[in-house]
Design a protein around this ligand. Structure first.
Ligand SMILES: CC(C)(COP(=O)(O)OP(=O)(O)OC[C@H]1O[C@@H](n2cnc3c(N)ncnc32)[C@H](O)[C@@H]1OP(=O)(O)O)[C@@H](O)C(=O)NCCC(=O)NCCS
Length: 151
């Protein structure tokens, strides 16, 4: 662990090893390395990495089409959770959303993921729907959340 400041930077392929080390610990049903390798080839996919020096301490992946954005992944390194990394990533996404003219942001979240739900609610996301038994690993429901930006 380092005390260097955290910067949010665009994903580089060299970040993937450290991201996957976080992915398998932060998620109960982690995405595979191949999934990330496939996703980065899509123009609509954007991945940002939170770095403290060379240490990857978090990341997020979103996709946008026109003026709608969907946040697919946000994660902080487990031993550094609850220290503001998720907040930095959310702030960065909202800044980017402003720059590219996004009007509406969607996301799906596990119904029992209190940390993520609190984070999203803090930024004004509202529950607008439910996907019954959406997650195949444990049959958990997904909540569909949405936030309209003012412009
Ligand atoms: C969700 C997640 C990204 C939050 O990142 P984080 O760096 O820990 O978040 P922050 O320290 O910036 O906290 C911001 C807010 O999130 C909420 N929050 C974060 N961790 C929480 C927890 N353990 N319990 C309840 N609320 C929590 C709080 O509202 C917090 O604000 P507060 O500290 O003023 O109360 C992190 O918990 C994580 O990586 N979880 C595993 C991956 C995941 O489930 N991602 C979401 C689905 S893709």
């Amino acid at each position: 662990m380092t005390d260097e400041p955290i910067n949010i930077v665009r994903f580089e392929p060299d970040d993937l090893d450290q991201m996957m080390a976080i992915e398998v610990r932060a998620f109960t049903a982690p995405w595979s390395r191949q999934s990330y390798e496939d996703l980065v080839t899509l123009d609509s996919i954007h991945i940002w990495v939170a770095k403290s020096g060379e240490e990857v301490v978090g990341y997020m992946l979103y996709q946008f089409w026109g003026d709608e954005l969907e946040l697919h992944v946000i994660a902080a390194k487990p031993e550094r959770q609850r220290s503001g990394i998720g907040t930095l990533l959310m702030e960065h996404m909202l800044t980017q959303a402003g720059l590219i003219g996004i009007r509406r942001i969607y996301l799906l979240v596990r119904q029992t993921n209190d940390a993520a739900l609190n984070l999203y609610k803090k930024y004004g996301f509202k529950v607008v729907g439910m996907r019954h038994k959406y997650y195949r690993d444990n049959g958990e429901n997904a909540l569909l959340m949405c936030m309209d930006r003012d412009g």
